[in-house]
Design a protein around this ligand. Structure first.
Ligand code: NAD
Ligand code: IMJ
Length: 255
């Protein structure tokens, strides 16, 4: 019961396959009290069901492209939870066509959208979460991918946005450290979620990864869940501004 008496907010559950769901399951297993955001009424029912399985009825609508949604979210959270121990940010979006065409065709609007949703949202949420974490300290965890540092076919503008997200983790960690708030990222290997399905060649990526990864297999979503738990828990209390790879070692191999 590592997380007994701790409470936090999970952002980015779309369905049962979501990485945010796996992290929420691990946190729940260790006794944490959870609240969830959902992106619009379309996803409310899914998130409601998942929250209820994890003993929670605290749900908030939040589209991170809207400043007013982020502001209202933390005003509402404050009414239900006087204090936040952790915040999980598992949100990314780019136009599908920008993940299919050549990178050099990326439009200004497509670039802005990917960075706004996938990188800026962490900054906006961290700022609003700060007052709720200030007293006892807290942990903020986001999700990133290897395509931020090496070219992965099709990842394109998302790779550039993840590079921005990872740099944001370091700058946020430097600022928020004075309030004993830690900020870290988990770089997960490819997992068959909503954000990965429908990507052309994704099945191929799942086939190729085990040929190179030291553990000779793909990562399981529950392994990312437990790493998320670790980053939210006091066991990682000396770690901030870090990117932790949960990818069966794929990133360490040159060829
Ligand atoms: P997912 O589709 O289950 O989750 C993505 C979430 O982003 C959804 O819940 C969606 O509602 C949310 N979202 C998108 N736009 C939003 C907006 N405007 N406002 C609020 N929420 C919004 O897929 P996932 O794979 O669990 O993705 C979670 C995170 O993990 C993402 O940051 C993704 O980049 C990262 N990641 C995924 C993989 C993978 O292979 N699946 C690997 C490494 C990192
Ligand atoms: C996504 C695109 C191309 C290659 C990819 C991915 N690889 C992996 C992903 C190799 C692992 C999944 N991933 C890490 C993501 O961050 C996905 C983000 C994403 C996915 C979609 C699909 C649907 C859509 N927009 C999206 N925006 C971001 O319309």
């Amino acid at each position: 019961m590592l997380m007994q008496g701790k409470q936090g907010l999970i952002c980015g559950v779309a369905n049962k396959r979501s990485i945010a769901h796996a992290i929420a399951k691990s946190l729940h297993r260790e006794g944490a009290k959870l609240a969830f955001t959902y992106q619009g009424e379309r996803l409310k029912k899914n998130v409601e069901e998942i929250a209820s399985e994890l003993g929670s009825s605290l749900l908030y609508n939040c589209d991170v492209s809207k400043d007013e949604d982020i502001k209202k979210l933390f005003e509402d959270v404050k009414k239900d939870m006087p204090y936040l121990d952790f915040l999980v940010h598992a949100i990314a979006f780019a136009n599908k066509e920008d993940l299919e065409k050549n990178f050099h065709t990326t439009t200004r609007d497509g670039f802005k959208l990917a960075h706004d949703i996938s990188a800026y949202s962490l900054i906006g949420m961290a700022r609003e979460a700060m007052p709720l974490m200030q007293e006892k300290g807290g942990a903020i965890v986001t999700l990133t991918y290897y395509g931020s540092e090496k070219v992965v076919p099709g990842y394109n503008v998302m790779g550039v946005a993840k590079a921005s997200l990872e740099a944001s983790v370091r700058y946020l960690a430097a600022d928020l450290g004075a309030s004993n708030i830690r900020v870290n990222a988990i770089s997960a290997g490819p997992i068959n979620t909503l954000a990965a399905r429908g990507i052309s060649g994704f099945t191929k990526i799942l086939e190729i990864t085990p040929q190179k990864a030291p553990l000779r297999r793909n990562v399981e979503v529950d392994e990312v869940g437990d790493a998320g738990l670790f980053m939210c828990s006091p066991w990682s209390r000396g770690i901030t501004g870090e990117v932790l790879y949960v990818d069966c070692g794929y990133n360490i191999v040159g060829m």
